[in-house]
Ligand binder design. Structure first.
Ligand SMILES: [Zn+2]
Length: 94
């Protein structure tokens, strides 16, 4: 079986962080017109599960406003790619 790095996507939780609470990440909101952007970035980030999920064109994709901003932000994307590279050999973080 394929490994499952994330829990199944819940209809009532943020698909990006998996949390269903309104938190410091901002309030949960449904994405509709922003879906192409999420599809694009899930591909660029090689988030295969998310990408496949988005490609099913779900009626409602819930995300925290803050999670979404981080996810589709060019600047944040570049920073995260860099950080990922910098800490590639450091598994202690998890
Ligand atoms: Zn979130």
């Amino acid at each position: 079986m394929d490994r499952k790095p994330r829990p199944p996507f819940l209809a009532s939780a943020c698909v990006l962080c998996g949390c269903d609470a309104e938190s410091s990440q901002g309030s949960l909101s449904a994405v509709s017109r922003g879906l192409p952007k999420l599809i694009e970035f899930s591909k660029r980030r090689a988030d295969e599960e998310l990408h496949e999920y988005f490609m099913t064109k779900p009626d409602k994709v819930l995300v925290h406003s803050e999670c979404r901003r981080d996810y589709v932000g060019e600047k944040r994307f570049a920073q995260q790619q860099k950080r990922k590279h910098d800490t590639e050999t450091d598994d202690a973080e998890l």
